[in-house]
Design a protein around this ligand. Structure first.
Ligand code: WTA
Length: 680
């Protein structure tokens, strides 16, 4: 296998990306890669464009099992901004992930789980193991009163029980809402309250970077269960630590599973009924509950496993993403199981006990497809090449990246040191809202261009529009959109907030064009008639901190609750490893005499308690004022310009332009005011 360097591009002319690509190299799949790939003919783009509905209908039939048929003329029913796919047909996600594979693959490994402590053995769950455990767990949930459509909140790390519980929810049609373990108990509470969830499934704790992270104890300390009026809490024993269990409300998972019936009928769910909720950050302080469908979501995710990851039965697929994010949902759990593959799960940190851990796992288990985030690659690269040198990466054949644009430097290091110039490296763009990948080059077709995500997938109509809604010309930048008929895996609504759903995604260009919130450049390169797109990043108040999506408003809400604080504005400051880190501009009440170190500590504590360690701010500027519009809205654009050392542009829109002088001086001459009081 190998990658060809430098085949001539069919370039459309003047665009800088081509120049850039020429300098840095454009990569194409080799003959062997094409031979192995399911998709190696670029005609697939034209075919899918010509008959998009036919394309999806064909793949919906091939990708998953259905309990019926959809009306031939109802592959998709559009009622913008709502849409339904495979109308009227029925399915079940746990059936598709497990039962469907039993006949041929019951003894195949579904999940290989590697605990963080190096002296603990790995665990393998075959499809049969998973079947048994999921069925039992589904009966346990039923026993606790969970029904079709019940929201079930899950605060769990990367351990096998998390997969079992999520699939058990799918089996009975309950909607899981999984919360990232590096969020705070307060974040669990907010999500339980919003979903009106009466049950929490969690663990006593787990290992992270050698530390014992005790989740149930933290839930109890914050009195989350009392405050939300939870009826039940199920606790998985991972650490066997001492936890408080309230009689009649809290139960140990293993005790509930003991002796429960081993079969549970899968609930028959229409394609467009909901499969799960996943809360994500938007432009307000409150996270929003993105609603995903069941059948249509599975079709999108299953197809991308073959189309984008070219996943074959003998592959070992490793997505390093945590289950608390959409990448964990779609590509650590559902995607690999939908296609009957083996998925590797690792409990802990990439650099525990040292920066060789991930590379050792690839070598030891023979990972063939490795999917991770640029921030992790940058951090491991910064740890030094000595951790990768001399390792056997010969099992790998495909590398993939997600979460933020992968800069050409990181791309090259990843490609050369890990992929050994043999493996294709694809940059996959998507969001919680799109459910699955919507933009990426395909491994058997290419091209692979450092810094450029690629074309929209076959069957997905993306474009880059200018402010007036016109498609931009090659070489120009604008906003990324998805056009009708949208993609089957895309969100179906925002839980209990239909007006927010319309406002966030369907207002910019009307209800027939999905507005992604990212900027992009239509490069002059094309493949199969599709422009290659370079994603430039969020254009709203959402940050990507170490690949984790955090709303600036969530941090602002946490900090402005402090007594000393009058006002706070948060922007993303560029960071060499994490991509962005939260930078705070804090206005204190006049007369507050707290020393900076103490104020820093209070701020960090507030953010860690309300949002979680993942959002810990790194830089704070204490200022007299922040720039605002006439209507009092903070002009973050100025603050972003300041922390990025960019031109500030027109300042006449600020009602208090005098504060900009102070801000410019603080950021320029005093340098970033590194937060004190946090050293994790
Ligand atoms: C960003 C993660 C550039 C983007 C799957 C998007 C990317 C947000 C890429 C969604 C990529 C994701 N290149 N940017 N390949 N992939 N993003 O919802 O800003 O956690 O809007 O989903 O991540 O983050 P989310």
């Amino acid at each position: 296998m190998g990658v060809n360097v430098g085949r001539k591009l069919k370039d459309a002319g003047k665009q800088w990306v081509i120049e850039d690509a020429k300098k840095k190299g454009v990569y194409w799949p080799t003959e062997r890669m094409k031979e192995k790939a399911y998709f190696s003919d670029e005609k697939i783009y034209a075919e899918a464009s010509k008959d998009t509905r036919g394309f999806w209908a064909k793949h919906a039939r091939e990708s998953i099992g259905w309990f019926g048929e959809w009306d031939a003329d109802k592959v998709v029913e559009l009622e913008p901004p709502y849409f339904n796919w495979f109308v009227g047909n029925k399915t079940n996600l746990s059936y598709n992930c497990i039962d469907r594979h039993l006949e041929e693959n019951r003894n195949k490994a579904a999940l290989i789980w590697v605990p963080e402590p190096v002296d603990e053995a790995k665990q393998v769950l075959t499809y049969m193991d998973l079947y048994r455990e999921v069925n039992k767990c589904a009966n346990v949930l039923k026993g606790l009163g969970v029904k079709k459509g019940s929201p079930v909140t899950i605060w769990m790390p990367m351990i096998p029980e998390t997969a079992i519980v999520a699939l058990a929810c799918q089996r009975i049609g309950a909607w899981h809402s999984i919360v990232y373990t590096a969020f705070a108990p307060h974040a669990v509470r907010e999500r339980m309250e919003d979903a009106e969830s009466k049950i929490l499934i969690t663990v006593d704790g787990f290992y992270r970077r050698g530390k014992r992270i005790e989740l149930k104890r933290r839930i109890d300390e914050a009195q989350v269960l009392e405050k939300v009026g939870a009826e039940n809490c199920v606790v998985v024993r991972r650490l066997n630590s001492e936890v408080e269990m309230k009689e009649g409300r809290d139960f140990y998972y293993d005790e509930l599973m003991n002796g429960v019936e081993a079969y549970c009928d899968p609930e028959i769910i229409t394609s467009d009924d909901y499969g799960f909720l996943l809360y994500t950050s938007g432009t307000t302080g409150k996270p929003k509950g993105v609603m995903h469908s069941c059948g249509a979501y599975s079709v999108g995710v299953a197809l991308t496993m073959k189309l984008v990851f070219d996943l074959h039965p003998d592959d070992l697929f490793w997505s390093t993403a945590d289950i608390g994010w959409i990448t964990g949902h779609s590509y650590a759990l559902y995607g690999p199981l939908l296609v009957g593959a083996t998925s590797l799960w690792y409990e802990g940190a990439p650099d525990y006990p040292d920066a060789a851990r991930w590379w050792e796992l690839i070598e030891k288990y023979g990972v063939t497809i490795f999917y991770t985030a640029p921030t992790a690659i940058r951090a491991l690269r910064a740890a030094g090449d000595k951790w990768v040198e001399g390792r056997d990466f010969s099992s790998l054949r495909l590398l993939a990246s997600v979460g933020e644009p992968i800069d050409p430097d990181t791309w090259k290091w990843f490609f050369e040191k890990i992929g050994e110039r043999r493996c294709a490296l694809i940059d996959t763009y998507w969001q919680t809202e799109t459910g699955g990948i919507i933009l990426s080059s395909l491994p058997g077709i290419g091209p692979f261009v450092p810094g450029v995500a690629g074309p929209a997938l076959p069957g997905v109509h993306c474009d880059i529009l200018d402010e007036t809604g016109e498609a931009v010309k090659p070489g120009e930048s604008g906003y990324l959109v998805v056009k009708t008929p949208f993609a089957p895996s895309m969100l179906r609504g925002m839980y209990k907030k239909p007006e927010k759903y319309v406002e966030e995604y369907w207002s910019e260009y009307g209800t027939e064009i999905y507005f992604a919130g990212d900027g992009g450049i239509k490069t002059g390169m094309e493949i199969g008639g599709q422009p290659l797109i370079k994603i430039t990043g969020r254009i709203d108040d959402v940050m990507e901190v170490a690949g984790h999506r955090i709303g600036t408003a969530e941090i602002e809400d946490a900090v402005s609750d402090l007594d000393e604080v009058v006002e706070v504005a948060v922007v993303g400051k560029p960071d060499a490893i994490k991509g962005e880190v939260p930078a705070l501009f804090v206005v204190l009440k006049s007369g507050v005499e707290v020393p900076k170190a103490q104020m820093d500590r209070e701020i960090v504590k507030a953010v860690r308690e309300k949002v979680g360690p993942v959002a810990t701010p790194e830089v704070a500027y204490y200022v007299a004022d922040v720039p605002k519009t006439e209507s009092g809205k903070i002009i973050r654009r100025f603050l972003k310009g300041l922390v990025r050392d960019e031109a500030l542009g027109d300042m006449t829109t600020a009602q208090n332009p005098e504060c900009l002088k102070e801000l410019a001086e603080i950021t320029k001459y005093r340098g970033p005011q590194k937060i004190q009081g946090y050293n994790a």
